[in-house]
Design a binder for this molecule. Sequence first.
Ligand SMILES: Nc1ncnc2c1ncn2[C@@H]1O[C@H](COP(=O)(O)OP(=O)(O)OP(=O)(O)O)[C@@H](O)[C@H]1O
Ligand SMILES: [Mg+2]
Length: 502
Amino acid sequence: MSKPILEMRGISKSFAGVQALKNVSFRCQAGLVYGLVGENGAGKSTLMKILAGVYKADAGDIIYKGMPRLSASTGEIIASGISIIYQELALVPQMSVAENIFLGREPRTSMGLLDLGRLYARSDELLSRLGVALDTRSLVSQLTIAQQQLVEIAKALSQDADLIVMDEPSAILAGSELDQLFDIIAALKAQGVTIIYISHRLEEVFRIADEVTVLKDGEVVDSRPIGQLNRHTLVRLMVGRSLDEIFPQTDHEQGDLALIADDIATDTILDGVSLRLHAGEILGIAGMVGSGRTELARALFGADPLTRGEVRLAGATPQWKTPSQAIRAGVALVPEDRKSQGLFTALSVRINVTIPILSRLSRLGIVRRQTEEQVVEDARQRLSIVMTSPEQETQYLSGGNQQKVVLAKWLETAPAVIILDEPTRGVDVGAKFEIYKLMRQLNDRGIAIIMISSELPEVIGMSDRILVMNDGRVAGELLRENADEERIIELATLGGAEAQSA
Ligand SMILES: Nc1ncnc2c1ncn2[C@@H]1O[C@H](COP(=O)(O)OP(=O)(O)OP(=O)(O)O)[C@@H](O)[C@H]1O
Ligand SMILES: [Mg+2]
C-alpha cells in the first residue's frame, strides 16, 4: 500500500456546549476519491474546516505529505496544496467572477500591477474547462446560486491543489452540470489528485467514491471500500436503522382548484407560463439550472413583477403584487438560498421559527413565551432539528439543520399554497423522509404544494404531476404514472416540440 497523503489522527473539537468531533481518525491515499457521509450535524464540515485551518482542533494530529502539520494559516494551507469548496458559498458578491476566482492571487504584470488581461483570460479558460458558459466579468451578485457554485469549483481548480475537499458541491447542480462535475473529478483523479467528497446523495457516492467514511454524532462509525457497501448498508450505518421506503405512499384525494397562473411573464426569464394547482396536490417543477424554475417560484409569490399574465387563488381576483401580500393571501415560499433569503442567521432558532406567527402567539401585544417554546419544541421533534437550545443562533447550526429551521418557520404559517424551492437540499436521508412525510401531512390538510427540485427521483417519487421547464417556458407536463427520468431530461434539454419529434 502506498503512503497516505493525509492522516488525521484522534481529532476532537468542541464548540460551546457541543462536542462536534470525538477522536476522529481519517486517512487518504493520493489519487483516490473519498466519500464522507453522515446525518446533518454529524461533523463532516467541521472535520474539513479543521483540515483547512478554519478551526483549530482541541486534540489530535494532522500529518500531510508525511509531515506533521503544526499551526498554519489558511493561506499557508492552500499553498501547501489543499483546497476546499465550502458548503456555504463564500464569494464576494460585489466583485466579478474572475476577481473572485483569483482573489488574493491575482495575476500581476512585471510592474506589479493587476494584469486584467491575464485575469480574464485565465478565468475564461478555467470556466470553459468546466464547460460553463458564464461571463467572467459579471458580478457574483447577479448570478444564480448554481452559477455561484460553479464559480466556487473553478476557484478551487485554479489553486492546482493535490487534495480537494468538496463539501456538498452537487447540492444545487443538476443534470449536465452534475455530469460535468463528475467528469472533472475523474480527470483530477487521473492526474493523481485526492478528492474528499461530501454528499447526501448516496447514488453519487456510489458513482465516484473509492472508499467511504461514515460519521455519526461526531464519531467515525466505519470506513470501507465502496465495493463492500450497498445503499442499504450505508443508510444503516448513517442513521442506525433501515429506511425501507423513501417516498411515503399516499391515498389523498386531489381537491378543488387552488391556484391559477395564466400566461405569466417576467423581466427575468419567464415567457408565458400557465399552470393549475389543486388543493392537496403536489406539483413538481423539474428543469435544468437556469430554465426558470426559481424565477417561476418568485413570480408566483409576487417577488418579481409580472410583465404579462396573472396569478390568483381559484375563485378570486388577483390579490397580491408583493411577497407580504402573498403571505396574507395564504401563499408561502421556502426559498432555495436559505442563507440570504430564508434565515436571520444572527438570531436564535426560536425567533426564526416563530417570526411569521408572532401575532398568533401574542395576546395584547405580549408574546406568550410558553406557547412559543412549545411551537419550537414541536418543530424540533417533527423535523429532528439538532440544536443545543432554542436560543442557539442559526448560523451555528449545520447546513441541513438550517434548512429544517427555514421549513419549520413557513410551515407554522399554515398557508393554503406552499412553494418549496429545493426543500431537501443538503438534508440527510433520515430528515428527507421526515420532510416527505410532512409534505404528505400538509396535503392531507388540503394544502397545495409546488415543489421545485433538481433531484429527479424526488420529483418522480413525490409529485402527482410534473411540469418540466425549459428556457422560461413549460416544455411539457407529465402525470406521475408516465414520468421517468429519461422523459424528464428529454423535455428539459430539448424542449417540448423538439422532444416530440426526437
Ligand atoms: N461555529 C460553530 N459554533 C457552534 N457549533 C457549531 C459550529 N460549527 C458547527 N457546530 C456544531 O457542530 C456539529 C457538527 O456540525 P457540522 O457542520 O460539522 O455538521 P455536518 O456533518 O457538516 O452537517 P450537514 O450535513 O448538515 O452539513 C453540529 O451540532 C453544529 O451545530
Ligand atoms: Mg456540513
